[in-house]
Design a protein around this ligand. Structure first.
Ligand code: ADP
Ligand code: MG
Length: 365
C-alpha cells in the first residue's frame, strides 16, 4: 500500500494534476491516428475516410448503479468500459477512443483508483481502445464515473433499432437471465462459499462480455435489419426495437436460451428461469432481427461462435403488439417490466424506499 507519513495515501494527497499525471503515466503508446491524447485542451485524431463516427455516453453513480460492497474497484473499471463497448457493438461498429470523467471523494484510497484503472485499461487494451482524455473533480459525496466512448463504423453497414420488418426472424446471442440471477446471488450470499454455477452467474453480472466481433460481423455482412444490446432486459429492449421500427413481435418462451448454470440454480422452478430471461437486464447479449432468407447464414455463424445464436421469435405488424407464447398459452405481460430508472413499474404499485434501493443498486442502465 502507498503510505504518506505512516498513513494510506488518499486522493486529496495527489490533487487533480497529480492524479491526471498518474493516469497518463499508465497509458500504452497511442495508435498513429491519434495526434494528441491526454495533455492539451482537446484530444485530436484523424478521421478515416468512408467511416462514420459513433458516440455513446454512460453515467455511473456509486449507490445507484454500483456498490463497492458487491463489486471490486477492478471489476468496476472493467464494467464501466464494457457496458459502453456493448452499445457500440450493438450498432455493428468498432470502439476506438474513450474519455473518462471522474468525481472522486477525497477520502478514497489511491489503491482503489489504481485498481479501477487496472480494470479500465485492461479492458481498453482487449478491445483496442485508447483513453484520450476526460475530466477530474473532487466529489463531496460518492464516486461518479462518466464514460464517453467513440467508435467507427463503415457507411451503410451500421445497424439501428429502427430497421425491423414484419416477417423478420428474431435472434439473440448467448444466454439470457444469467446476469440478474448473478446479482441476486451476490445480494443474498454476501459471505460463504459459492458453487461453480454461482461463480459463472456472478461473473456474468460483474464482468460481462460485450459482443463486439459478433455485432460487427452481422453488420458488415449486412445480415440483419435491426439490433440492440440487451441491457434493460429482453422484453424492455425488444420494446425499444418495436417502438423505433413501428412493429410488433412474438416470442417463444420455450426457445429462450438459458445457461446450464441458470437452469441448475433455478432447479425445478422452470418458470422462474424464463421469467429471469424475459426480464433480467445487463446480459449484454445482442438482440437482432433478420430476413428469413438470411437464416442459414446466421445459423452458420451461431455454430461458429462460442456464444451461439438462438432464434427466439418473429417480428409482426404493429397491431399485434408484443405477444409471448408460453408453455401453456399466451403469457400475461402486465406484471413484467424491464428496469426503469425512476422506479415506474406497471402492475406493481408502490415499493418501499428500501425495496427501491435494492432494485436500483446493481442496475447499470
Ligand atoms: P482543462 O482544464 O483544459 O479541461 P484538465 O486540466 O481538466 O484540462 O485536463 C488536462 C488533461 O487531462 C486533458 O487532456 C484531459 O482530457 C485529461 N484528463 C483529465 N481528467 C482525466 C481522466 N479522469 N482520465 C483521463 N484523462 C483525463
Ligand atoms: Mg477539465
Amino acid at each position: 500500500m502507498n503510505r504518506l507519513n505512516g498513513r494510506p495515501v488518499k486522493i486529496r494527497d495527489l490533487g487533480e494534476f497529480g492524479l491526471i499525471a498518474r493516469i497518463k503515466n499508465r497509458l500504452p503508446t497511442l495508435p498513429s491516428s491519434v495526434i494528441k491524447g491526454i495533455g492539451d485542451d482537446a484530444a485530436v485524431s484523424a478521421l478515416p475516410t468512408g467511416k462514420q463516427l459513433l458516440t455513446t455516453v454512460d453515467l455511473l453513480i456509486e449507490g445507484v448503479h454500483f456498490d463497492f460492497s458487491f463489486l471490486s474497484p477492478y471489476l468496476l473499471g472493467r464494467k464501466s468500459l464494457s457496458v459502453n463497448v456493448s452499445d457500440i457493438a450493438a450498432m455493428g461498429a468498432t470502439p476506438k477512443f474513450a474519455f473518462l470523467s471522474l468525481a472522486i471523494p477525497e477520502r478514497m484510497k489511491i489503491e482503489t483508483l489504481d485498481d479501477f484503472f487496472k480494470g479500465f485499461l485492461e479492458t481498453a487494451a482487449e478491445y483496442g481502445i485508447s483513453l484520450l482524455g476526460g475530466d477530474t473533480s473532487a466529489s463531496p459525496g460518492v464516486l461518479f464515473i462518466n464514460v464517453t466512448l467513440l467508435g467507427e463504423g463503415k457507411k451503410g453497414k451500421l445497424v439501428f433499432r429502427h430497421g425491423a420488418k414484419p416477417g423478420d426472424d428474431l435472434y439473440v446471442t448467448g444466454t439470457l437471465g444469467d446476469s440478474l440471477l448473478g446479482l441476486k446471488i451476490a445480494q443474498e450470499k454476501r459471505k460463504g462459499r459459492v458453487s461453480r454455477e454461482e461463480k459463472y452467474l456472478l461473473n456474468r453480472h460483474f464482468n460481462p462480455t460485450p459482443r463486439v466481433r459478433e455485432g460487427r460481423t452481422l453488420g458488415e455482412k449486412r445480415l440483419v435489419h435491426s439490433m440492440i444490446d440487451v441491457s434493460d432486459g429482453l422484453l424492455s429492449d425488444l420494446g425499444h426495437i418495436c417502438e423505433e421500427s413501428r412493429v410488433g413481435a412474438r416470442l417463444w418462451v420455450e426457445r429462450l436460451p438459458l445457461s446450464r448454470s441458470l437452469r441448475a440454480a433455478a432447479g425445478k422452478r422452470e418458470s422462474a428461469s424464463w421469467q429471469m430471461a424475459l426480464q433480467g437486464g445487463e446480459d449484454y447479449e445482442l438482440l437482432f432481427s433478420a430476413s428469413p432468407k438470411n437464416g442459414p447464414r446466421i445459423q452458420a455463424l451461431g455454430r461458429k461462435w462460442k456464444c451461439g445464436i438462438t432464434r427466439i421469435g418473429r417480428i409482426e405488424p404493429a397491431e399485434s403488439g408484443i405477444v409471448i407464447e408460453g408453455p401453456s398459452g399466451l403469457v400475461d405481460l402486465r406484471p413484467f417490466k424491464g428496469y426503469d430508472h425512476f422506479g415506474g413499474r406497471r402492475g406493481k404499485k408502490s415499493l418501499s424506499e428500501k425495496e427501491k434501493r435494492a432494485e436500483r443498486v446493481g442496475a447499470w442502465k
